[in-house]
Design a protein around this ligand. Sequence first.
Ligand SMILES: [Zn+2]
Length: 453
Amino acid sequence: MLRVALYIRVSTEEQVLNGDSIRTQIEALEQYSKENDFDIVGKYIDEGFSATNLKRPNLQRLLKDVEKDKVDLVLLTKIDRLSRGVKNYYKIMETLEKHKCDWKTILENYDSSTAAGRLHINIMLSVAENEAAQTSERIKFVFQDKLQRKEVVSGTIPTGYKIENKHLVIDKEKEYIVKSIFDEYEKLCSVRSLIDIINNLCGELYSYNKIKNILKNELYIGIYNKRGFYVEDYCEPIISKEQFQRIQRILEKNKKSTHNKNRNYHIFSGLLKCKECGRTLKGNSKNINDKRVYLSYRCSTFYLNKNCIHSVTHNEKHIENYLLTNLKPQLHKHMLKLESQNEKIRQMKRFSKKDEKKNIMKKLDKIKDLYLEDLINKETYRKDYEKLQSQLDNITEEQESQIIDTSHIKKFLDIDINEMYSNLSKVERRRFWLSIIDYIEIDNNKNITINFI
Ligand SMILES: [Zn+2]
């Protein structure tokens, strides 16, 4: 029996434009295999991938299996599933021919054994290539149009939403899952420790990657930001912008950290920056004996073998002690700085508002003069008067949007930090520093500068 691999592909564009689906291809190929008594050894499905290049995970997996001589025949619906373009087609054929693997399309008829047949294939591939170029032009318009109307553009629905009349709306039954993922992550600062909690909570399987993708998805603050399109207020947000930004920061820092919860856990991973070259300091650990471990940081150039004069190692304990002694005085200074900035902003706003008001009052006077001198009629005067008056009403009192809230800093200044800190676990300590410090700079002479958020 012939060992057959089914190759199925649909691009996002094809899904949007033509409603092409993976399912119809699978069904057709399975039916054909059954009729011809083929033995299906694998299904290779690339969903959301274009055929203009070879960077497709399942195509690559298929070619690897061909190389291992696991496949006799690759079955497709049409040739453009495999490739759009002559060059890539021949690259794929090279592997197939080398391993005596055949290919066949069930909806089109080709014969690669004759010159005329090969010409036919070349023509079809060129047509498909041209189509792809046109599709991507066309899809830009379709996408733009749909996005402007805030309509759904792809088949995958993010957790916490459902589709209603082509729009994403909050799925009230699942909203809590998304909220819990964000809230718990902010508490735990680790996706791994989140998995069990979330799976217990909702009785569904949420993988590491799924949770991570949710945490990074801007749709949850209402923004569509994909494929070069950026649309605000695309859907109703589930998460506040402030929380989302706080979480992106933690994710970013954790990316740079060597994340393990054992005794080699580095509290400051991703938070320390080399003052000499700007790179992140990397954590290092040395076991002293069974119970003690020496944790330190070093400019990452040391490991990369690039030039930086920063050659000393920094003991984690030293950094910690420095921060604990200097946090309050520096935080106090930082708060005073913010407050004086806030005051400046307030003054500026008051000033510009005053100007604006004066301007409108002047205009009101002017139109009254014009009316009294019979240069405009009553109707025009009334219209202009109403317009200006409403502008005047619209100048509302003090918008505090640009003012930075310092209340959380005040809160820190009031507590006994040393006492609080001594009761924290390592993970909690890291979370504590992440919540107030943006990054810490250290130079070769061990001078430390704290940069607050
Ligand atoms: Zn450096």
